[in-house]
Write a protein that binds this ligand. Structure first.
Ligand SMILES: Nc1ncnc2c1ncn2[C@@H]1O[C@H](COP(=O)(O)OP(=O)(O)OP(=O)(O)O)[C@@H](O)[C@H]1O
Ligand SMILES: [Mg+2]
Length: 426
């Protein structure tokens, strides 16, 4: 190197530090690219994205290439810096060169470019790929050798370097992604997306109209009462049964009843003939499954039966859709707000038959939903007994006072929400 002037050596050194900065930044840029954005750009046929994607398909080779390049230029730079140090200051120069070069490389070739790449991965990685791609071809034998040795060492320790990282999302991770979409997706849409993911966690029993609230007509009643009920019920489809709901005949649609009336054929036999057979749903069916089953069977209403074939309740397509988009206006079933009565002292009076899920949703409480569906059921299960009035208890962290008992069920409770309670995740 004696015949190269010191100023040229300085120039080469500066150039090498620039190359080092390039490799450092492209390493961080490539590795911190958002995989889902990249996928999206690839699908949109973005050329840079496609090139980057191809490089990233073998991360071991890409890292090999970048690190070979980076180390090569760093080591060369240190050799040149040593020569410069020797020339300028003699033996002490080696120490000075080592110290100064470490500092310069850290700042200009490592920390600064890497930080920039971490903040703007696409701006760095996309243009860098234009250089990295041909470099990969040129240096391929060298990369192959280095990777081959390093992969075999990894295998000795029980790792499989060719497995690739598993970037498939679980539904919980997808939920986090949706929640973090921030302002990109309007809040209402985010809520809907999360609700769709949540459908699998909710079963038909959780949202059904319980058996005792099904609008149903006993075909053995006298005809006048049947007609009155058909006309006055707020529901379009009503269940026809003989003596007991367990002996159900089918659903009768108000439209069909109307047609019979118009033709003057409105009597028991014709009404029975106009009923539609019942669609049964096994209890415990998750909502996402049921939604598809309604679609496949072209049904909109079904009865939920338990393992003994006893009818537990009723669920409609509308009920499942409401889980996704929120309540529709046509719902005539009692709203949670009808069953929750705020008091001046900050407590709430609840009806015993209020649905726990509805209350949690309305109030943001965390009463357990994995057991009974109603407040009454929850209290009875907790006490393992039919309670007396004026009993106070603390259920899932919520102080409660039973105010009224009727026919062995809790009719009214007072709940004092503890404002300082930490929400429990359910
Ligand atoms: N026979 C019934 N008994 C009790 N609740 C019912 C009955 N039919 C429907 N519901 C409830 O009423 C709500 C509205 O359901 P849906 O829209 O299917 O019925 P609808 O409004 O009576 O009929 P449609 O919209 O077809 O005129 C849902 O919450 C559903 O569970
Ligand atoms: Mg309706």
């Amino acid at each position: 190197m004696d015949d190269i002037s010191t100023s040229i050596l300085f120039l080469i050194l500066a150039l090498l530090i620039c190359c080092s900065a390039f490799f450092s930044s492209s390493e961080t840029g490539m590795m911190s690219l958002n995989r889902y954005r990249l996928r999206n750009l690839v699908n949109e046929k973005n050329r840079s994205a496609k090139r980057v994607d191809r490089l990233l398909q073998r991360p071991d080779r890409l890292i090999g290439l970048i690190l070979i390049g980076n180390n090569l230029v760093n080591i060369l730079a240190s050799a040149i810096a040593t020569v410069i140090g020797l020339r300028l200051y003699g033996d002490v120069g080696i120490a000075i060169a080592t110290f100064v070069l470490t500092f310069v490389i850290l700042i200009f070739a490592e920390v600064t470019p890497k930080t920039m790449a971490a903040v703007y991965p696409e701006r760095i990685a996309f243009p860098a790929s234009i250089i990295l791609r041909p470099l990969m071809v040129v240096l391929y034998p060298f990369i192959w050798l280095v990777n081959g040795i390093s992969n075999n060492i990894l295998k000795v320790f029980g790792y499989n370097p060719e497995a690739g990282s598993d970037s498939a999302l679980s539904s919980d991770e997808l939920r986090t992604v949706v929640n973090e979409a921030g302002a990109m997706i309007p809040q209402r849409h985010q809520d809907m997306l999360v609700s769709i993911l949540d459908l699998e966690k909710v079963t038909v029993d959780d949202i059904m109209v319980p058996r005792n609230e099904i609008a149903a007509i006993d075909i053995n009643d006298d005809w006048e009462q049947i007609s009155r009920q058909l006309i006055q019920s707020p529901h379009t489809k009503q269940l026809l049964f003989r003596d007991s709901i367990d002996d159900s005949v089918g659903f009768v649609h108000a439209r069909d009843a109307l047609r019979l009336m118009a033709r003057d054929q409105f009597d028991k036999n014709n009404l029975l003939r106009a009923t539609k057979d019942i669609y049964f749903i096994p209890e415990g069916t998750p909502l996402n499954v049921q939604l598809l089953k309604f679609q496949r069977n072209k049904r909109r209403i079904g009865l939920i039966v338990d393992e003994y074939g006893d009818i537990q309740g009723l669920v409609t397509l509308e009920d499942i859709l409401e889980e996704i988009v929120g309540d529709f206006t046509t719902t005539i079933t009692p709203q949670p707000s009808d069953e929750i009565h705020p008091q001046i002292d900050g407590s709430y009076l609840l009806n015993g038959n209020a649905n726990i899920r509805d209350i949690n949703k309305e109030m943001g409480w965390h009463l357990p939903t994995n057991g009974p569906k109603t407040i009454n059921g929850l209290i009875v299960e907790y006490l393992e007994d039919i309670p007396d009035a004026n009993i106070s208890l603390r259920l899932a962290g919520y102080p409660m006072e039973i105010l009224e008992i009727e026919n062995n069920t809790v009719r009214q409770v007072r709940v004092i929400p503890n404002l300082y309670q930490k929400p429990k995740s359910d």
